[in-house]
Ligand binder design. Structure first.
Ligand code: BGC
Length: 755
């Protein structure tokens, strides 16, 4: 073991320290051979290793060493399976160790704000609870094998359009409840060795110099003690960034920024402590790497098997009318669509993997059944080719069942670009509709990294959402289609009927270099569910070849304070004939109405594996955060005291069991009152309620207004008075309640004990 961090910090010269603040090459950190400080290699990520030995780039253009392409996060998110995400992390790390990679750049954990975002395939979900829980497992899996993860892109990087310079305006509550929550558990539980900042600006500040994000939230609130690295090229004002908590600039910018930092220290405008702090974090990362034990030898065959196993858990059966699936070995099946020969299994850009092996759907299907293939269409064709169409019609007419492999070509979904619509290429729609005229058993299998619209949905019997399944996904797909594997994936995002139904339709991708998140907290199902906009397929939806009955829900208490925890137990039984896995989803509905909240929010999930006839229990623990909203005034997550419903089901729409619990807030929130505070404000604040009662009676008596006029409900007067500001005590009593008395009243209200 070499020198300790403290010893190294003493020996490094200022110039050397500053040189450590940016990379040596495109993917390596700076080395200082004099002191035995080696460079550390950081490469993409997230679902496979992208190590480029020749000319590195961050756009996926140049070739990288062969590595296993695991299912990207769009598919992984649909697994709702913490264990397999962890397992993928371990396997990823084994390949990193073999290639001497110190940090693998992922997981990507931005929220899917709009299905148009070109990089959604690299992200888990539209729901922050699900996303953050899965990202934590990814990180833990990678790091368990002595490789660092890099949680990215922190934060609010939800589109590709103008991603390097865009300014996103997001209100505090939305930030906290949605966009930061998606990182919070990943940071607190996953403890990533590095976090990568986002390129864009949030409320005016670049991700690379945003003190609010990098220092106040990440470090001070969440206790993060690792290294913050820039997204590649995200540094703006390097000195400002360093002060804000940005440690390492990547890739190398030569000496451009390092010399600015050095000059700032020398002229006294930057205390050297900021440099030391960042260098310390870098050296601590190095120590973590040194502490990792001997690497096990990597087996690419084994990792291919793991990739296949994971892919099986990710496939979502969206529709299965008349149980047209699974296919039977004796069914005469015609497979149509070029995707069957040329699978679409990953997205474009910095996550693009040069695979070790690649399975093809057609070959895998042929292994399991009686399969004929006709091309029907080329992946990206907008117009149907008449000859291909005629051949497909002819084949479909004599088949028992038709499997159409459709989806989005890779150019539609890539880093750096957002989609402009949700359509799949025109030739595919035309072909599916034409096939439905000649065969009643049409099965559409989709390969895409984000939702598409499905005008063909009413005409087909089955739809299988294959997402992007990685290099071994074809075998998994074939197994699901032939029932060798029972599908168990559920959507981690909503599939809308139309683009116009999406909550941020009017504000995506913004105007010029600015986007406003005007839909606020109503992202994904939080919007569809609350506003009763019927989606095509809802969040959490996914079918199985067996049936599950939700038998019983029990909660270990009827009431709790926000300092306590409740345990919910749900019994689920496999009532069908085949084994299967069921994701049990738990949502919370706040029955109070004075705070605007989504109708329900996901606060727990568990995947159960059940043999036919078997019953198991899913156990959930609920705590303060399960019931809380973010209160901007209190600057904290708070619970509104009252009744909450616990909704458990098979999807966000398919709620099977309900229970209720009373939760009491113990938070002491000191409120301040002013002349324009209303009677209602002081009435609904417990510590001042008695004073409010007195003053409201006085006001009703002395104001000369008859609040009970007409045919009004009993509490009409009360509700109207609640809206009056306290200053009207003076004006409506024509001064009988003096300004002086008002001042004293305010003093009394603001002086009450809050204990
Ligand atoms: C991407 C990152 C990636 C980095 C390095 C950037 O353009 O946004 O996700 O890790 O390049 O390739």
């Amino acid at each position: 073991m070499g020198q300790s961090v403290d010893e190294l910090l003493k020996e490094l010269t200022l110039e050397e320290k500053c040189s450590l603040l940016s990379g040596e090459t495109f993917n390596d950190s700076q080395s200082i051979p004099r002191l035995g400080i080696e460079k550390m290699l950081m490469t993409d990520g997230p679902h496979g290793l992208r190590k480029q030995s020749d000319k590195p780039d961050h756009l996926g253009m140049n070739v990288s060493v062969p590595a296993t392409c695991f299912p990207p996060a769009c598919a992984l998110g649909s697994s709702w399976n913490r264990e397999i995400v962890y397992k993928m992390g371990e396997a990823l790390a084994s390949e990193c160790r073999a290639e001497n990679v110190a940090v693998i750049l992922g997981p990507g954990n931005n929220i899917k704000r709009s299905p148009l975002c070109g990089r959604n395939f690299e992200y888990f979900s539209e729901d922050p609870y699900l996303a953050s829980n899965l990202a934590a497992q990814h990180i833990k899996g990678v790091q368990s094998k002595g490789v660092g993860a890099s949680l990215k892109h922190f934060a609010v990087n939800n589109q590709e359009t103008k991603r390097l310079t865009l300014n996103a305006t997001v209100d505090e509550r939305t930030l906290r409840e949605i966009y930061l929550t998606s990182f919070e558990t990943a940071v607190k539980e996953g403890k990533p060795w590095t976090v990568m900042c986002a390129y864009n600006r949030l409320n005016g500040e670049f991700g690379s110099e945003n003190k609010y994000l990098l220092n106040d939230i990440l470090r001070e609130e969440w206790g993060y003690d690792g290294l913050v690295v820039t997204d590649w090229g995200a540094a703006n004002d390097r000195v400002k960034g360093l002060i804000a908590g940005q440690d390492l600039e990547m890739p190398s910018s030569g000496t451009v920024n390092d010399s600015k930092v050095e000059a700032a220290v020398k002229d006294g405008s930057l205390p050297v402590e900021y440099v030391d702090r960042a260098v310390r974090r870098l050296l601590e990362l190095r120590e973590k790497l040194h502490a990792a034990g001997e690497a096990e030898p990597v087996s690419y065959e084994k990792n291919h098997r793991i990739a296949e196993e994971i892919a099986e858990e990710c496939i979502v059966l969206l529709k299965n009318e008349d149980k047209v699936l699974p296919l039977k070995a004796e069914d005469k099946v015609v497979v149509i669509g070029e995707f069957a020969e040329k699978p679409r299994f990953q997205g474009g850009g910095s996550s693009h993997i040069n695979t070790t092996f690649l399975d093809k759907p057609l070959e895998e299907l042929k292994k399991l059944g009686n399969v004929e293939y006709v091309k029907g269409f080329a992946c990206a064709a907008e117009e149907c080719d008449a000859n291909l169409l005629a051949e497909a019609v002819e084949a479909a007419s004599r088949a028992d069942k038709v499997v159409i492999c459709a989806g989005l070509p890779e150019v539609y979904e890539t880093e750096g670009m957002d989609r402009e619509h949700l359509n799949i290429p025109g030739a595919q729609i035309q072909l599916i509709e034409e096939m439905a005229k000649h065969n009643k058993n049409i099965i559409v299998v989709l390969s895409n990294g984000a939702p598409v619209v499905m005008p063909f949905e009413p005409q087909v019997k089955a739809i299988v959402e294959g997402y992007l399944l990685g290099q071994a996904g074809a075998e998994a797909l074939a197994k699901v289609l032939y029932g060798k594997t029972n599908p168990s994936g559920k959507l981690a995002e909503t599939f809308p009927q139309r683009l116009e139904d999406t909550p941020c339709f009017l504000n995506f991708p913004g105007e010029g270099y600015h986007v406003e998140y005007r839909e606020g907290i109503f992202v994904g199902y939080r919007y569809y569910d609350t506003c009763k906009v019927k989606p095509l397929f809802c969040f959490g939806h996914g079918l199985s070849y067996t049936d599950f009955s939700y038998e019983e829900i029990t909660v270990d208490r009827e009431s709790m304070t926000d300092q306590e925890k409740a345990t919910v137990r749900v019994k689920v039984k496999n009532t069908g004939a085949v084994a299967g896995k069921e994701v049990v989803e738990l949502y919370i509905h706040d029955c109070q109405t004075d705070i605007v909240r989504p109708y329900k929010e996901l606060k727990g999930f568990q995947k159960l594996s059940l043999e036919p006839g078997e019953e198991k229990e899913a156990v959930f623990e609920l705590d303060k955060r399960s019931f809380a909203y973010y209160d901007v005034e209190a600057k904290d997550f708070l619970v509104q005291s009252g009744r909450f419903e616990i909704l458990v089901g098979a999807s966000s729409e398919d709620i099977r069991l309900k229970a209720a619990i009373e939760v009491t807030s113990t938070a002491i929130v000191k409120k301040h009152f002013y002349r324009n505070s209303t009677f209602g404000e002081i009435y609904y604040y417990e510590p001042t309620r008695e004073i409010a009662r007195e003053m409201m009676d006085y006001f009703e008596r002395e104001s000369g207004i008859d609040f009970s006029l007409g045919d009004r409900p009993a509490d009409f007067a009360f509700r109207v008075i609640c809206d009056f500001p306290l200053k009207t005590l003076v004006t409506f009593t024509k001064g009988r309640f003096s300004e002086q008395q008002l001042t004293e009243l305010l003093k009394k209200l603001n002086g009450v004990s809050h204990e």
